[in-house]
Design a protein around this ligand. Structure first.
Ligand SMILES: [Zn+2]
Length: 324
């Protein structure tokens, strides 16, 4: 199998290639991972491999099936910000029973499967219990625990992880040639090693805004000045990706400050000067509390905490954790 397009994740690629090269396409594949981890890329590779008519490693990238922009036997649903409803899944079921147009398989990709309503999940389960032989389902999700256990148990589950800098560097250099390597490394660290997030964050300006906001906020925490903190958080109100970026940036700063206190070498931080100042003015347990609060907020926001509520809690949490 030709999985070169997916960066990193060697064990996932090996496992999948072993199955598919042996001619065993899983009837249902569940690809789990954070946004930007390559779920959609991998789903696309498997779908193309299933419809490819070339010889040798699939997808060959050259046959008539591979070069089609839109393949009639590949259906993509979800991932547009809307929940997947029971009506959508019923339409999918009707389509699933129709034989493929030209390929050996009909591939149905359900992106962001965690947005399926409970009724939609139950409807999908009915198809997964007795799937037509020619159908491959590929589900992507951010967290498999959001799906019914009965769905998960019928899928081959793969988890995509962050890509370490050494593996990410060549791809980021190719995709973001306008940036200096140092900046790419900083963006890689800020977006947790998820290549899709790095590319999106740099392209849409989130990265630049984070680099602007994080030092301001760190300075405000050091000085205990409420106004700059409130002004900075106000900019987060309508922007969830920016909020997540700022939280990640602050977490790096607090981690760096702790490292400085332990006499270690600082990482490539979003605000190295402020990290040194924090290390000088706050005791270790306060820095730990700040780090924990930031991580708790990150998790809450990733799990769809309301952004307005988040902004309200954000300042209070930071102030309280700083204990000042
Ligand atoms: Zn092909």
């Amino acid at each position: 199998m030709n999985v070169g397009q997916l960066v990193g994740n060697a064990s996932v690629k090996q496992r999948l290639a072993a199955e598919i090269d042996a001619g065993r396409f899983p009837h249902a594949l569940l690809i789990e991972g954070a946004p930007g981890s390559g779920r959609r890329t991998l789903a696309g590779i498997v779908a193309r491999a299933a419809v490819c008519r070339g010889v040798g490693d699939k997808p060959c990238g050259a046959c008539a099936a591979c070069v089609k922009t839109v393949h009639p036997d590949i259906t993509l649903l979800g991932g547009d910000g809307e929940a997947l409803t029971v009506d959508t899944i019923r339409r999918l079921r009707d389509e699933a029973f129709v034989l493929p147009n030209e390929a050996p398989y009909r591939v149905m990709i359900l992106a962001e499967a965690q947005t399926m309503t409970p009724q939609a999940q139950n409807a999908l389960l009915k198809i997964l219990e007795e799937p037509p032989a020619h159908v491959l389902f590929i589900l992507t999700c951010n967290n498999r625990t959001a799906l019914l256990e009965t769905i998960r148990s019928r899928c081959v589950c793969l988890t995509l992880t962050a890509v370490p800098w050494e593996e990410a560097a060549p791809v980021l250099a190719e995709r973001l040639p306008q940036m200096a390597e140092e900046e790419r490394k900083r963006a890689h660290s800020l977006f947790g090693g998820y290549i899709g997030q790095v590319i999106d964050g740099v392209s849409d300006g989130t990265f630049r805004q984070v680099l602007e906001l994080v030092p301001t906020m760190a300075t405000a925490i050091i000085a205990l000045s409420e106004l700059p903190l409130l002004q900075a958080t106000a900019r987060l109100e309508k922007d969830k990706p920016l909020s997540l970026g700022v939280l990640a940036g602050l977490a790096l700063v607090f981690r760096d400050a702790l490292t400085v206190q332990y006499g270690g070498q600082m990482m490539l931080s979003t605000a190295p000067d402020e990290a040194r100042q924090l290390a000088a003015v706050l005791p270790g347990e306060r820095l730990m509390a700040l780090l924990r609060q930031t991580e708790t907020l990150q998790t809450a926001l990733q799990r769809n905490m309301n952004n307005t509520l988040f902004v309200t809690r954000f300042c209070a949490c930071l102030r309280q954790a700083a204990g000042r």
